[in-house]
Design a protein around this ligand. Structure first.
Ligand code: AGP
Length: 613
């Protein structure tokens, strides 16, 4: 997903825009650009590649101005090159635009504009927006009227920011659907616009989030918000607690490394204030769940994508065990096309770190259309998934910048654990002393996770022995099967190594044919109900020459005789065990990627939030 930054005020827009884009680079980065109004002329600098390329262009050809917009791009239409980089300027040079999303009707619009003589310089859908605004400006309309009329013609989900040299004191910004956010930052006699919070935080924490089909007119001394029909809107100003430092790397080499090590604190934050350990009670106020409504729920359907989907698989076992409520888990990109059977006795739980994943948001819409209760577990404050749900649980993980999700995964599992306890509490479906024990188990979790992180050096050394393999198999059973899937995904997306997570019991039905010395096997064999089965799995793998790395429970010496390498984790209550077991897999994937010289925080072809289908 692309990053957008805009500024209007007495300051120089260029360093503000570059600094903001730097904080958004993780969102999408195959080209970048900025435009400012300098001496009544729109100056443009754009470059293919990383943001550093744009910074070099600005150094070579300095520019400055008090109103400007910038953009980091993850290409959807048109090659990632200078020609297609944003911002886009039209034929008259009067107006410039940056855009996030897809103009689904851009071919028709372009044909229509070309029939009137418009000449296109790029292959992007974005350029149609510029020409549409130019067409309305040419009819004598104001920028606001021209923008509103143009935005109303766009089909699909968009986030757009534009300015015109005819009205040098303002920006217009618009959000349609779920193509990432549009956030206004309220400064002192200056205003900021961005697609995400980290770009604005160092300047102000007072933010306004545009809703879908809303447009903002922003000047240095304020802003107005209206619908695309021109109806005035009174937006809510939110003060965000995140501080700019927490969105920085600190003493870590990569955001992902920092976020792995933040997990004890993130888990503490996601539990804090929600669990009364004295009375053994859980409270989730933003879920807006009454006892009556809780008792009316017959089933939960969890919907998510990628790592969040694996978190949902882990959560299924937790909610069914603690709350005694059936849970189905669906893949976001499949859900709405499967014509799911839903009604008002069901709750659809969307899990999404970014809160902007288009497939997950569409699943929420499908659920709402079929009268199901819509919940979300979400990290990004003010995101669509947080605001569209009937009730939500914030992950409280703090900003997750690394594209590979880590602390959002573990905190979203604990949010499901809290939800399970709350449902059991309200529905009376669990023995009080059993429920109390489940709640007590939470208290130790951050320390258990922290103790795994103490072995980071061992993971780094083991990674050095493994980083040159080109295939891996991750095996797990029960609630460690989703952990095997997640461990494999981490390795895939960070190191570009083909890694597959598989239910260990299925190996004999075919995949065991894969095994030989070229295929390391990581087997999750902690002391749980399927430990013995995993031991025999390990023996079968070694008998075929595969190197076996076992994830085992501290004190288990038997396994050291069976596996080539052993990663130990502390004994952990079974329902919380997946949260602890994923840490070594996160660290192993991280260190293998570092040994391979991979771009850990910005893996190729990936973006932090997938807002296009
Ligand atoms: C996780 O490491 C991946 N980056 C990806 O699978 C991610 O979990 C998925 O795109 C869902 O994102 P969300 O949680 O923001 O909806």
């Amino acid at each position: 997903m692309c990053g957008i930054v805009g500024y209007v005020g007495p300051g120089d827009a260029v360093p503000i825009i570059l600094g903001g884009l730097k904080r958004l680079e993780y969102r999408g980065y195959d080209s970048a650009g900025l435009a400012v109004l300098e001496n009544s002329h729109i100056e443009l600098r754009r470059g293919a590649g990383k943001l550093a390329q744009l910074e070099k262009l600005v150094l070579e050809r300095p520019l400055s101005g008090h109103v400007g917009i910038g953009h980091t791009r993850w290409a959807t239409h048109g090659q990632p090159n200078e020609r297609n980089a944003h911002p886009h300027i039209g034929m008259t040079g009067d107006v410039v635009v940056v855009h996030n999303g897809i103009v689904e009707n851009f071919l028709d619009l372009r044909a229509d504009l070309q029939s009137e003589g418009a000449e296109f310089k790029s292959d992007t859908d974005t350029e149609t927006i510029v020409h549409l605004i130019e067409r309305h400006l040419a009819q004598g309309q104001s920028l606001a009227d021209a923008a509103r009329a143009s935005f109303a013609m766009l089909k699909g989900a968009q986030a757009v920011v534009a300015f015109s040299r005819a009205e040098p004191d303002r920006l217009v910004a618009c959000r349609i659907g779920n193509a990432g956010g549009v956030v206004l930052g309220l400064g002192e006699d200056e205003m900021y616009v961005s697609s995400d919070i980290p770009a604005i935080l160092e300047h102000t924490r007072r933010l306004v989030f545009l809703e879908s089909r809303q447009m903002a007119i922003v000047t240095a001394d304020g802003y107005t918000v209206e619908t695309l029909d021109g109806e005035p809107v009174k937006p809510r100003v939110q003060v965000i607690a995140w501080d700019p430092v927490s969105a920085e790397k600190g003493e870590y080499k990569h955001f992902m490394q920092k976020e792995i090590f933040e997990q004890p604190r993130a888990l503490t934050d996601t539990i804090r204030g929600r669990v009364d350990f004295e009375r053994r009670k859980v409270r989730l106020s933003a879920l807006n769940l009454t006892e009556e409504r809780a008792c009316s729920i017959s089933k939960i359907i969890t919907v998510a994508c990628g790592t969040s989907y694996y978190a949902g698989l882990v959560g299924k076992a937790i909610i069914e065990r603690i709350a005694r409520l059936p849970v189905e888990v669906a893949i976001g990109s499949e859900f709405r096309y499967a014509d799911p059977i839903l009604d008002n006795s069901m709750a659809v739980l969307a899990i999404t770190q970014s809160g902007e994943t288009v497939d997950t948001l569409a699943a929420m819409e499908e659920a709402r259309d079929k009268q199901a209760l819509v919940w979300s577990i979400v990290n990004a404050i003010g995101s669509q998934a947080m605001r569209q749900a009937d009730g939500y649980i914030s992950m409280h993980a703090g900003p997750e910048i690394g594209v590979a999700s880590t602390k959002a995964f573990t905190t979203s599992i604990i949010d499901q654990y809290l939800l399970a306890c709350l449902l059991a509490q309200l529905r009376g479906t669990q023995e009080p002393e059993v429920l109390a024990a489940y709640i007590d188990d939470l208290a130790r979790l951050p320390d258990l996770v922290g103790s795994v992180l103490d072995h980071d050096t061992a993971y780094r050394e083991l990674a050095y022995q493994l980083y040159q393999y080109t295939n891996f198999l991750y095996l797990g059973r029960g609630s460690n099967y989703p952990i095997a899937l997640e461990g494999a995904l981490k390795l895939k997306e960070l190191s570009y190594i083909h890694a597959e997570g598989y239910p260990a019991g299925e190996m004999k039905h075919g995949p065991i044919a894969l095994l030989d010395e070229s295929m390391p096997v990581l087997a999750i064999a902690v002391r749980d109900g399927v430990y013995e089965k995993m031991l025999s799995q390990i023996e079968q793998a070694r008998a075929r020459g595969a190197i076996v790395i076992a994830l085992a429970t501290e004190g288990d010496e038997l396994i050291a005789e069976k596996a080539d390498h052993v990663l130990y984790v502390p004994p952990t209550p079974v329902l919380l065990s997946p949260v602890v077991n994923v840490l070594p897999l996160q660290l192993l994937a991280y260190h293998i990627a570092v040994w391979r010289g991979a771009d850990v925080d910005q893996p190729r072809n990936l973006a932090k939030s997938v807002t296009v289908e």
